[in-house]
Design a protein around this ligand. Sequence first.
Ligand SMILES: [Zn+2]
Ligand SMILES: [Zn+2]
Length: 143
Amino acid sequence: MADSSQVHAGGCLCGTVRYTVHGAPEYSAHCHCRSCQKAAGAGFVTWSGFAPKNFSVTEGEITICATSQGVQRGFCGRCGSSLTYSGEGWDTIGITSATLDDPAIAKPTGNVYLAHQLPWVVLDDDLKTYERFPQDDQERFPD
Ligand SMILES: [Zn+2]
Ligand SMILES: [Zn+2]
């Protein structure tokens, strides 16, 4: 895991939106839910969670779309890169791990929402797996 004093930058594909995160992610996981599949046009999306105070937009601005009740997805209004995922009262904001300049700092520790896993997505890792979210099991993503 990254050092807690480290600052990491990231941004969208076209470079309009740039952001920084401070410290190591609280969690990092592949999400297989149908909403993530649709939002990214991909088989699954890898998210890293940070305390909101540890995330800041440094250039441009994130366009927000309320995609489910109480849930907001953020993306670049120019190139469409998925960037953030947040909800009312959540203690973390999700950042798409692959938009970090160094995605290697956010190594996933789990697969969530396997209830929606696509039949052609083959998991061949030893990460923990969850039918939906770890909270269902009263667990957090382990280190
Ligand atoms: Zn962009
Ligand atoms: Zn998801």
